[in-house]
Design a protein around this ligand. Sequence first.
Ligand code: ZN
Length: 206
Amino acid sequence: MDILDTLSPIGAILRLDISGRPMEWIGFEMAAYYTAKGLIAWTHGEPFRVLRGGTNKRGETTTMDLHPVIANRGRPWRDMPPPPLSNEALFHRDENTCLYCGNVFSRTQLTRDHIIPASKNGPDTWMNTVCACKRCNGHKRNRTPEEAAMPLLAVPYVPNQAEYLFLMRNRRVLGSQMEILRANFRSRRILEETRDWPGAPARVSA
Ligand SMILES: [Zn+2]
């Protein structure tokens, strides 16, 4: 899957805890390390990369299958903190769309808008921030959407870890990874958005 190798600065392999909860993206080297150390409890999806190692005593080249999803041995995580809010993550959440005018912009044209303005003690949280274009943000100024008569086009949400991992990969994931991620999605907006996605329950893909 070259698209996974080349288009994202983060790893291409989805790492889970032993209970199947999505934890992070890791690179091939880390996955190879876990495999070599026997730290993988189970995998999901067909191998999508074969790593060639050195030669063994019989002169054969050793190989290692890497799977798109791996689950580590060890105790499962109980409570994961909410993912950190950043402009990058926020823009991914809102699909580079201004939630006031509904247009899609390049990232340099976008801002983090506080629904209840910071000057009115609006917190800097996932639930109080949306993606807004510079023009709308400038027009709204330090007013609430009601005061500015600028209703929000979508409801903000706090992504859970699975949703965050999906967003931070810019929605580029394999079907087998999506099966795991989507089973952990909770926000209505993202469930709705991915309803017809390969890997969604109605259309299970390999
Ligand atoms: Zn706008």
